[in-house]
Design a protein around this ligand. Sequence first.
Ligand code: PRP
Length: 209
Amino acid sequence: MIKIALPKGRLGEKVYALFESAGYECPSIRENNRKLIFENPEKQVCYFWVKPSDVPVYVERGAADVGVAGKDILLEHGPDVYELLDLGLGRCRMAVAAPEGFRDSGERTLKVATKFANIARRFYAEQGRDIDIIPLNGSIELAPLLGLSDVIVDIVETGTTLRENRLEVVETILPISARLIANQASWRFKADLLVPLVRKLEGTVKAND
Ligand code: PRP
């Protein structure tokens, strides 16, 4: 069986649909219940729903052979896994945003609120800019509005959250999309199952493009 960690939520539904159209269906997953694990022995797959930021943990430690995680999570946590394929789903960007009209004078330490402390640190280190990270877990956009930070480093998809809170993108850090990752040992020892899976997914991604 191939053990597959799917990110719970909207992205996960799209990811499952992709696996399904690649020929790895598991009909029971469509039944709307609170179950977390679903198997289809005929297709040799076992899917489970995982909190998106936990997917690399399951894959790195081999509880899952493969999984799907956003490039943002991979860059932030740097798990020891193979990144096999860009699935082209969940496209968005990591960006610095601030209240409309904000200009960084560069004179004092910049206060940066974010869920992505490592990405933010690396980005500003490359620019030689002194920053103070304010770690938050959600609703990051609130921070500059309440004077908790000067800017935020966060994910921007449609830009609606920024617009509705009178914030704007100051700088794009990098584009983000969902990636197929594999456990290193599984990739060697289950190659007979995993190589065909990657090939079929690759074909489906190209056909969808
Ligand atoms: C993410 C992100 C932004 C929003 C961007 O938040 O942190 O807040 O989506 O999307 P948009 O550009 O389409 O408006 P999420 O919904 O994951 O919730 P969070 O507040 O917990 O980060």
